[in-house]
Design a protein around this ligand. Structure first.
Ligand code: UDP
Length: 568
């Protein structure tokens, strides 16, 4: 049984020393230790009587190994990206606090040792059983494990979880399909189960949402923040000079400067002056703790469009700032923006931080067109006028992350073969002689599972299922969202049957079964109903003007979109 542990001594030792990235993570782990400990106590109370199996877990952080070139560590103190390190530090702490048996590797040598593969022999199949129940790694680590284990990786890959900031959609993950249909990238095509990829924000639900944490405030700190806010103080998001080179920024910077004092935390070298306008009070790159202090005073945290989707805006909002960011019109994606090019996702990024825009919104987050000077000016005035409370979504608190990770670890299973569906033995079918396992919810176009849900084992449970048909050109991500629900790929197999079409009143001329990441779907033009032939291609993402897609949606917990109401 796994027992919650609040002492971080053993964890700190395992992380080791010798690199700036490791020191950054250790500073973070130490700083947040008390917060994790009190979250663990609360979750322990909440989960009373729950048996939690202790798992043997390996964490192999591929991008920080020397063998992958580790470009990150040398830049930790020079304005390089820190989001990934924030997330890995939090994943390590959460796994440790949940009480699992944890091994951590930051090099190929350690990986060899933990897997019991002798070093220096090239690819070497792992003949015995895998000594771990779960392996958390990243794309670099996955590649290294393939080189190490050769074909035997295939046998063990159901135990792997890939930490993948921006996500990987099923069409890009499926090797044969990606190759045939132009979805091949440098990253995808590992033929994993989509939910084995774990993202930094809840992007497409085809992947699992891992996340990270931001600091929570106690009552005294909340009160102090309210007292000490400086209403004309703005902090600019970003620590690299690049974003100051953005075209057109002079106009909105001039407006901002007219109303507010502008602070920055841009890295610069002692002998070279910082490349920011003279009226910006640049503090240089700050230690995380000092950045928090700066955010506690500031009223406004403003993004210029880059970096995308990092942790800093959540930290700012948690410290009572309003986050102002540009809307992207048209949205940025792998089709039109260098940064996303070659990433295994078709996601359209509607602003600098879509999570802040869509999940938090006003009054904490304001997303506008920065080219519209009048709107920009009016917004700055409004921000100086209004008061907002510090806010942190539950899923980004330590308790929220522990709860989510606990639920994944105990329930997600990509190793056991799934029972065939629909059931082969006719005595096991849904309501005996009933033509369909679905019920139509009153006054809606939404189906629920009518038959005995508990006779089909699944997680999330079938009780959470709500079937919706998308509009033409609409993805299941969107269709579920519009219905106030979230798409749940794990439930696709239950709706990939001809009975779903009739329950939704689609009259099929014919029913075929094909490999297409948009299926199951209905094509109005030909009155054709298409089922999905390959479960690896079940995908919430993706749309086409030709199809109305069948979407397995589910409910979710308030502030914890990854979990359905009956998921704990
Ligand atoms: N950060 C910091 N000092 C600074 C600016 C940022 O320690 O002067 C931290 C910040 O607290 C956040 C992390 O850098 O947790 C990553 O922030 P960002 O959103 O910029 O994401 P990135 O682009 O680095 O992945």
């Amino acid at each position: 049984q796994a027992v919650f542990q609040s002492d971080i001594g053993a964890l700190m030792e395992q992380v080791g020393t010798g690199k700036e990235s490791l020191s950054f993570m250790k500073r973070r782990i130490r700083r947040l230790a008390a917060q994790w400990a009190s979250a663990a106590r609360r979750l322990d109370d909440k989960l009373r009587n729950h048996w939690r199996e202790q798992k043997r877990i390996l964490v192999h952080v591929g991008f920080l190994t020397e063998e992958s070139g580790d470009v990150f560590s040398p830049k930790v103190l020079k304005g390089g990206p820190l989001g990934e390190m924030v997330q890995w530090a939090d994943i390590l702490t959460a796994l440790h606090v949940l009480g699992h048996n944890l091994k951590i590797s930051f090099s190929l040598k350690e990986l060899h040792g933990f897997l019991g593969v002798p070093p220096g022999r090239g690819s070497c199949p792992l003949t015995g059983p895998l000594p771990f129940d779960l392996i958390y790694t990243d794309y670099h680590g996955l590649q290294q494990m393939k080189q190490l284990m050769g074909l035997s990786l295939r046998k063990h890959k159901c135990h792997i979880r890939v930490i993948d900031t921006f996500g990987t959609e099923p069409a890009y993950n499926h090797e044969e399909y990606a190759t045939l249909h132009g979805y091949r990238t440098n990253w995808g095509y590992w033929n994993l189960h989509g939910q084995q990829y774990m993202t930094m924000f809840p992007h497409t639900p085809d992947n699992s949402f891992m996340g990270f944490v931001a600091e929570e405030l106690n009552e005294t700190e909340r009160l102090n923040i309210q007292k000490n806010k400086v209403k004309n103080m703005a902090v600019v998001y970003g620590k690299e000079t690049n974003m100051w080179k953005l075209q057109g920024k002079e106009k909105f910077l001039a407006i901002l400067h007219r109303h507010m004092e502008i602070h920055g935390t841009v890295y610069y070298e002692a002998q070279r002056p910082p490349e920011v306008p003279a009226f910006v009070k640049n503090h240089g790159l700050l230690p995380q703790q000092e950045l928090q202090q700066l955010l506690r005073k500031a009223k406004l945290f403003i993004g210029f469009g880059f970096p995308y989707e990092g942790p800093a805006p959540l930290e700012a909002i948690a410290n009572g700032c309003i986050f102002l960011q540009p809307k992207f019109n048209p949205p940025h994606s792998s089709l039109n923006h260098e940064f996303f090019r070659g990433k295994p996702t078709s996601r359209e990024v509607s602003s600098q931080h879509p999570y802040a825009e869509q999940y938090i919104g006003r009054p904490h987050v304001i997303t506008i067109d920065f080219n519209n000077s009048e709107e920009f000016d009016a917004t700055i005035r409004e921000i100086m006028r209004i008061n907002v409370e510090p806010f942190l979504p539950y899923e980004y608190t330590c308790e929220g992350m522990l709860e989510r990770l606990h639920a994944y670890i105990q329930n997600q299973d990509f190793c056991s073969p799934e029972a065939p569906f629909p059931p082969v033995n006719s005595s096991q079918t849904w309501l005996g002689s009933a033509p369909s396992p679905f019920n139509l919810l009153p006054n809606s176009r939404i189906l629920t599972w009518a038959s005995n849900a508990s006779s089909f084992s699944s997680w999330p449970p079938l009780t959470a299922l709500r079937v919706v048909a998308s509009l033409e050109s609409e993805s299941c991500v969107k269709a579920c969202q519009t219905a106030g629900l979230i798409c749940e790929p794990a439930l696709y197999r239950f709706i990939n049957i001809r009975e779903t079409f009739s329950a939704l009143d689609f009259q099929c001329e014919g029913v075929e079964s094909e490999k297409n990441h948009l299926f199951p779907a209905f094509s109005a033009e030909h009155a054709e109903c298409s089922l999905q032939q390959d479960p690896l291609l079940f995908s919430c993402a993706g749309s086409s003007a030709k199809y109305r897609r069948l979407c397995p949606c589910r409910d979710f917990r308030n502030g914890q979109v990854a979990l359905c109401k009956d998921c704990l």
